[in-house]
Ligand binder design. Sequence first.
Ligand code: IPM
Ligand code: MN
Length: 345
Amino acid sequence: SRSINLAVIPGDGIGQEVVAQGLKVLNAVLPEDVKLETKEYDLGARRWHRTGETLPDAELEALKEHDAILLGAIGDPSVPSGVLERGLLLKLRFAFDHFVNLRPSKLFPNTATPLAGRPEIDFVVVREGTEGPYTGNGGSLRTGTPAEVATEVSVNTAYGVERVVRDAFARAQARPRKKLTLVHKNNVLVFAGHLWKNTFDKVAAEYPDVTTDYLHVDAATIFFVTQPERFDVIVTDNLFGDIITDLAAAVTGGIGLAASGNINPTGAFPSMFEPVHGSAPDIAGQGKADPTATILSVALLLRHLGYEAQAARIEEAVSADLAERDGTARTTDAIGDALAGRVAG
Ligand code: IPM
Ligand code: MN
């Protein structure tokens, strides 16, 4: 019989609340013969305050043994900026070589967005997840003086760029529109820009049926607002991908709906699924957070593990639930219950 051995990292702020709803829907959608085992890991701000640890080696090793990881949110105003982001979230993405950060955007029905009523919007950003300016390659000279100099080097390797570009072409080819857009800034960032564009053009020759396009990142932000239907699959570096996926979420229904997967396509390490939003400490513990982004991340998790029918059921349930929303506020728990009810087979 089949089984899923899932690691759960609720993390900080609303992470706890939204992950509980994600697990509720996961339990409801799984067929009886699939055995779900979950193990919760106490990582995040509370752990750091208690022990000073962000992600100890023993836990990193233990996490490796799971089929996948479900993460809520990391970050708290009581912890210095960067400590948990670098020491926990990015450490996981790097250690488990999550080079594909998959962030789909879809215009769901009945959502409060400036783009409501526009043509169908359904694109996916393939954000590189292990390189760029996220590698911590930089430094500071004469720190804190009027002569301070800070560098933050963007690292782009032929190996790292090619593997994510190949993944994006394969994803584009598998979709009906078969279109892939490279987003970069090669008019200014000429060295990295050359590596990305050159690699993109080289791999494109192997995918003659995929239509290709190139946009500078600043122009891409215009089209996200004025013509988002032009996008199918987008491939871009770690930092551009971070920025444009927040914009994509905002214009297609809000950050409360944006799901993501940090994927290691080789299967060498577990992939990790999390909402794009953060820990939202301002509304934590009040039952106000929309768990939909986490529930859609559970759908990405199921698709990654081969449960396509169950993933699609969750996505259809979310569509149906959104279509019936009438503006009345529902609690985190109530939205989870509604979606769990819809997917239960
Ligand atoms: C995200 C977040 C993270 C990122 C932060 C919290 C490190 O903004 O997942 O988009 O920049 O990748
Ligand atoms: Mn972000």
